[in-house]
Structures are given as structure tokens and as C-alpha cells.
Design a protein around this ligand. Structure first.
Ligand SMILES: Nc1ncnc2c1ncn2[C@@H]1O[C@H](COP(=O)(O)OP(=O)(O)OP(=O)(O)O)[C@@H](O)[C@H]1O
Ligand SMILES: [Mg+2]
Length: 663
């Protein structure tokens, strides 16, 4: 029996042995170069065998530095670190460390990369065979095993890197943002693997993630800020420590931002509301007095002629807690106005158009007959699993990659997409590379001012805006390589939009960005669109996609569904039922066996099931759970979230046999 799990969830008949400490950290401190600020400033931690321990914190909190020290890659400046009762560097073979910037061999295939990683850790041929097959299948890479790593999509690379750290089944996994860029279906599969390894192999995992719904699946989490741990406990206790309930207030999407501002600033709510947070299709209001606050909110919004579509009371999520704590610690970033020198003309014309667009690499069809018509002022979200063809489509649409066949029209041009005239009207933030690591932030921004032809007299103002919106004022001379990933994304986002483009392509702009900063990005995106800009954006954070005006779902190169967020939700068959129960992972495993796999998925601390006939099926499901020692605390019928839709669309398309042919 997994010692930690049995200690965590005591059954009356199972003795609870003391958890066995595998990582112990005392007063750990580290700083870089001549900097006076410590990146890690007195960390104390005990991590137990078999637990999944989450490090969460905003960009730049000191998580990556901590991982580098725990993995023995870098010595600390002071403090004690013991890993498996030894110095970290002496037990490196027993650790699996996934860095944020992993190194795959680009000119080796998936299988060769994996075999190489296995060889380094002396994995037997037999073990390699079964494990590689298992992991590649679970993460949906099996059919591409002969493909060179350099030719994989961003998320596929990340998944391969994950397989490489799992292949030798180390005693401790150190995972620095393992699922950044990984699609929602694969993210779940990956967390199922982690949970399974903890139970069956007693493997300990330390994981950093900006996805707070994932962090709900950890046994314990530590909230890090400015190099220190602010709070460390089980997710349930961390959430309870806020001492509040959560009101879900559903309004028309276009009114949400305005409503959030109204509620945040209303004096009548000052004494009862501790935080207001905008989510995809709703506001989450945190309050210790749900009834009284509900009454007041209804009144306030009614006075503003805003109609509440639905209002429900629930417990706070970890993301609520994280954002609320972060606001207490650092406050919201107040960014100045976007400097606009050339007002955009409002237009109803097509900004981005595609007719039967195709891309064939060798004998592999990456994009199949895509048709798109995106207008000025529209935010269009392109969603899809890793390798579905989103980046390839974007590259063709903005003229970086030639199409195998089909027609692209962009800002009114159809032929010459690479002219300077077209380029000045476009902004493009690529999935991985946008900034030069060996230039300072200021030099990077100057470079993009040049590329996009910003007049010299405007450059200072533009650059200042980017620094301000990225929370990096006064740090222009920092080398870009030294910036935490989330901060690089902010600068790259600013660089892509500062020249007042009419059309912007944002390929996973918020990947690896902390929840608070992600909201800021979307405030800007919405503002730009309302001023008349066309935005094409991809994201694996589906609750962000709620803010898009229209969505397109891609599966295996095809656009399989299109519509507003509401339309695509309404097209889903079945009813969503959300369950709150003990032993979440076991419950999910069990129901996946009994119901169709695609009908069951873990959402944070809850389980979602899609049922065709809830009245008849709910008691049956309840019974199954009960028979297996799982206690159901509550269940309710809820509306589909876009993440549910995504999982459903992708899985259904797979079942229809719409799958990518082998190379
Ligand atoms: N140069 C290339 N040669 C061969 N195949 C390629 C090449 N570039 C991309 N592909 C393949 O095309 C498919 C689509 O890749 P693409 O990068 O467009 O996916 P994506 O939807 O952006 O995925 P992600 O969510 O992971 O970013 C993948 O199977 C990828 O391996
Ligand atoms: Mg991509």
C-alpha cells in the first residue's frame, strides 16, 4: 500500500504508517550573479514518498530555481537539501527531471529519442518495449513514432519529453510545468499516469503547474511567492483557509468585464465580498455571506440593466484561492493605455479568409480543406488537440508557409502576402520562438519596432507600454534568457501588438502564463477587437476560449465544428452531471471502465460525466461508486463547459475513425 496515500486518507481498518520523507529542504536560499534579490529566500519543505506535491506560484516566484537545486543540476547558495537521504547530485540517476526547456534530439525520431533516454538509465529491452508502447499510446503519439522530433507540433514535443522522463520510472519525478502546451485530453491522461505511478510504484512527484485545476489533483500544494512558501497544505485545506463561498454569476459574455468592474467598486459589497474574478462565461464572487451578497448583487446589476442568467453557490476552486491570495500579496497590475497613433477604421470586411486550404508534408496531410472567414473586430479561437494542425494553418494564413493548395486572403490581399505593406498590418506571436534570448528586453523590442516599421518618434512610448503591461518597468536591460517563461510570453505578446496591426495571430499566447497575467492578456485582446482588430488565437485553456466570438475545432487537420461558444455547447448530445465524491481518481478509473471513456473526466476536484438519460443513470452510477467504497457527497446537472465540449468533440471524431494516417 502506498504509504503516503494511506496516511492521507485513512480507512478504519488500515494502519497509517508515518509518511516517509524523500525530500527535505531547510532554509534554502539562492540568488543569481550580483543580484541582491533572492530567487529562493528561505525555503522549508518535506516531501513524502508516493505523494504528488504541487509547487504553484506566479511567474518568477522561484519554482524553476527550486527544481534546479532539487535535481542536483545547480548547487544552492545556502541551506540544506536532502534527496533520498543524500546530496541531490549523488542520486541524479534515480530522479527524472523535466525542465521547462527540455532538450530533444530534433533529428532523431520519437522512438529513437525515447530509446536514447532509456539507454542513459539502463532500462532493460523488455521494460522499454512495454513502457514505450504504453506511454506512447496513452499520449497519442504511437502512430507517429518514426517521425523526427523536429517535425512534431509544440504539444507533441512536450508529450515526448514527458515520455522520456517516465521511461526509466525514477523514484522521484521533478516536473517543471510538464503540461504547458499539452491539450486538455492528453493533460488528463498524463495526470492519470502520475496518479497510477504514485499508487502502484510509490513514485514521488514534485510538479509545478500554472493549471490550477491540475493542482487540485495533488496530495499537497505549496503556494510560492517571491522565493518563499506562503502556504503549504492539502488543496482542500488551502481552499478552506479563505473562509469564503463562491457565487457563480452568469451574465451575457459581453457584459462580464463591465459587471466585474461594477461589483469590484461597489461600496455596498465592500464589507461582504472579498474578491470578484472573471472566468470564461461567468463571474466568481468570493464572499463569507453568500445569501446577503446574492441579494445585493441582484440589486446592483438590476439597477445597471444587466440580466443575471443564472446564479449558484459553491465552494471556491483552487484557482479562486490562488488569484485571491495573489491579489492580497501583489495587487493587480495597472497597465496604462495602449498608445494608438493611427485610429483603426471600423470595417465589416473579411480580415482573414481561407478557401480549401491544404498542407501536405511528404505524404502526410497536416491540414485538410480548411475554410475560414474572419472579420475585423472578431476574436476567432482555433482549438484542437496537439498535432491537429493549428500552427500549420496559422503559418499559411499569415504567409510564413506556402499552402499545398487553396487560397488565402489577408487584409484584402490574396497574392502577395509577404510584402512590407501587408507585414505592417499584421502581428504574429509564434508558439515557441518570438524573442531572441541573447538580446536584452529593450533590444528585442527595438528589433520588433524595426521589423514592423514603427516610426522612430513613437518607439519610446510603444516600448514603455510593453514594459508596463509586462510588469517589467525599469528592467529593459535584463537579458531575455534570464526571464521566467511567463514573463517572456508577456513581452512577446506586447511585441506582437505594439505596432497597431489590423490583424493579429496569437499562437498559444498564454501558455505557461500565470492565471492573473492571463486575465490581463484577455483584457487587451478584447479591447483590441472592440477597436476593430481581427484576432486569431489558439489556446489550450478552454475557459479562455469562452471569450472568443467564434470558435473552430480542428481534429486531425480538419475543421470539424464551428460556431459561437454557446452554439458549440448546445450541439453537444447528452447531459453533463458533476459529481463531488471521495477517492476521485478511483472513481474516475471505475466509471471510465463502466461508461464510455469519453464520458468521464476529472475537472479539478470534481468528476464530470456525460449521461444520455440522467434520471435513470444517476442512481446506477451512484450505486457503482458506493459498491466500491466511494462516498458521493453531491451531484448536480450542469451546463457543458468548453473543456467538456473539447473532450467530447475530439473523442467523437476519433471514434468516427477520423484519425491521422501513419507516416
Ligand atoms: N515540417 C514538417 N514535416 C512533417 N510534418 C510536420 C511538419 N510540421 C508539422 N508537421 C506535422 O503536422 C501536424 C500538425 O502540426 P501543428 O504544429 O500544426 O499542430 P498544432 O495543432 O499546432 O499542435 P499543438 O497544439 O501541439 O501546437 C503534426 O502531426 C506535425 O507533426
Ligand atoms: Mg501549435
Amino acid at each position: 500500500m502506498n504509504a503516503f496515500l494511506s496516511a492521507q486518507c485513512p480507512m478504519p481498518h488500515v494502519p497509517c504508517p508515518m509518511p516517509h520523507t524523500v525530500i527535505s529542504v531547510r532554509d534554502l536560499r539562492h540568488f543569481y550573479g550580483k543580484q541582491t534579490d533572492e530567487a529562493v529566500a528561505g525555503l522549508n519543505l518535506d516531501i513524502y514518498q508516493g505523494e504528488i506535491f504541487g509547487l504553484i506560484g506566479p511567474d518568477g516566484a522561484g519554482k524553476t530555481t527550486t527544481f534546479q537545486i532539487l535535481s542536483g543540476v545547480m548547487p544552492q547558495k545556502s541551506g540544506i537539501v536532502e534527496v533520498l537521504n543524500s546530496q541531490a547530485r549523488d542520486v541524479r540517476l534515480q530522479l527524472g527531471y523535466l525542465t521547462q526547456r527540455f532538450s530533444l534530439y530534433q533529428d532523431m525520431s520519437i522512438l529513437e529519442n525515447l530509446r536514447y533516454a532509456a539507454g542513459l538509465h539502463e532500462v532493460s529491452d523488455a521494460a522499454f518495449k512495454t513502457r514505450s508502447k504504453h506511454y506512447l499510446e496513452l499520449l497519442d503519439l504511437a502512430q507517429f513514432q518514426e517521425r523526427l522530433a523536429g517535425r512534431l507540433s509544440g504539444g507533441m514535443k512536450q508529450k515526448l519529453a514527458l515520455c522520456c522522463v517516465l521511461i526509466h520510472q525514477p523514484k522521484i519525478l521533478l516536473l517543471d510545468e510538464p503540461t504547458t502546451g499539452v491539450d486538455p485530453v492528453s493533460r488528463r491522461e498524463f495526470w492519470d499516469i502520475l496518479a497510477q505511478l504514485a499508487v502502484t510504484e510509490n513514485i514521488t512527484t514534485v510538479v509545478a503547474t500554472p493549471y490550477l485545476d491540475e493542482a487540485e489533483r495533488c496530495s499537497r500544494i505549496a503556494l510560492m511567492y517571491e522565493g518563499k512558501i506562503q502556504q503549504c497544505d492539502t488543496p482542500a485545506n488551502v481552499k478552506a483557509s479563505l473562509g469564503v463561498q463562491r457565487l457563480e454569476v452568469y451574465l451575457a459574455i459581453a457584459q462580464l468585464d463591465q459587471a466585474a468592474d461594477i461589483l469590484k467598486n461597489n461600496v455596498d459589497l465592500r464589507d461582504t465580498v472579498s474578491d470578484v474574478q472573471r472566468f470564461g462565461d461567468r463571474l466568481d464572487v468570493l464572499t463569507a455571506q453568500p445569501q446577503e451578497t446574492t441579494k445585493r448583487i441582484k440589486n446592483i446589476l438590476k439597477q445597471q440593466q444587466m440580466e443575471i442568467e443564472n446564479l449558484a453557490v459553491d465552494s471556491p476552486t483552487l484557482e479562486n484561492t490562488f488569484v485571491a491570495r495573489l491579489r492580497e500579496l501583489k495587487g493587480d497590475n495597472v497597465a496604462g493605455n495602449y498608445p494608438r497613433f493611427f485610429p483603426l477604421e471600423k470595417s465589416t470586411a473579411t480580415a482573414i479568409g481561407a478557401e480549401n486550404l491544404n498542407k501536405i508534408f511528404g505524404n502526410f496531410r497536416a491540414v485538410k480543406d480548411i475554410n475560414l472567414d474572419i472579420k475585423y473586430g472578431e476574436v476567432f479561437g482555433l482549438l484542437g488537440a496537439n498535432g491537429a494542425g493549428k500552427t500549420t494553418t496559422i503559418k499559411m494564413l499569415c504567409g510564413l508557409l506556402s499552402a499545398s493548395s487553396g487560397i488565402v486572403s489577408l487584409v484584402g490581399e490574396t497574392g502577395q502576402l509577404r510584402s512590407a505593406k501587408v507585414r505592417q498590418q499584421l502581428g504574429y506571436m509564434s508558439q515557441k520562438f518570438t524573442l531572441y534570448d541573447d538580446l536584452t528586453i529593450g533590444q528585442n523590442l527595438e528589433f520588433y519596432c524595426g521589423v514592423y516599421g514603427i516610426p522612430r518618434r513613437h518607439r519610446r512610448v510603444k516600448k514603455n507600454w510593453v514594459l508596463q503591461m509586462s510588469d517589467l518597468e525599469g528592467q529593459e536591460d535584463r537579458l531575455t534568457a534570464d526571464l521566467p517563461g511567463g514573463w517572456k510570453q508577456r513581452v512577446a505578446f506586447g511585441a506582437a501588438v505594439m505596432h497597431e496591426p489590423k490583424v493579429v495571430f496569437l499562437d498559444e499566447p498564454t501558455s505557461g502564463v500565470d492565471p492573473l497575467a492571463r486575465r490581463e492578456f484577455w483584457r487587451w485582446i478584447n479591447q483590441f477587437a472592440s477597436e476593430g482588430m481581427a484576432v486569431l488565437v489558439t489556446t489550450h485553456y478552454l475557459e479562455e476560449a469562452e471569450q472568443c466570438h467564434r470558435l473552430g475545432f480542428m481534429v486531425a487537420g480538419e475543421l470539424v465544428a464551428q460556431g459561437t461558444p454557446r452554439q458549440v455547447k448546445q450541439e453537444q448530445p447528452g447531459q453533463l452531471v458533476e459529481w463531488e465524491c471521495t477517492h476521485l481518481q478511483q472513481a474516475s478509473d471505475l466509471l471510465k471502465e463502466r461508461l464510455d471513456r469519453r464520458r468521464v473526466s476529472i475537472f479539478g476536484s470534481r468528476l464530470h460525466t456525460i449521461l444520455d438519460n440522467p434520471q435513470a443513470e444517476i442512481p446506477i452510477v451512484e450505486n457503482w461508486l458506493k459498491e466500491n467504497g466511494i462516498k458521493v457527497q453531491s451531484h448536480r446537472e450542469i451546463e457543458f463547459s468548453l473543456e467538456d465540449v473539447f473532450i467530447n468533440v475530439v473523442e467523437q471524431a476519433r471514434q468516427r475513425g477520423l484519425d491521422v494516417p501513419k507516416d
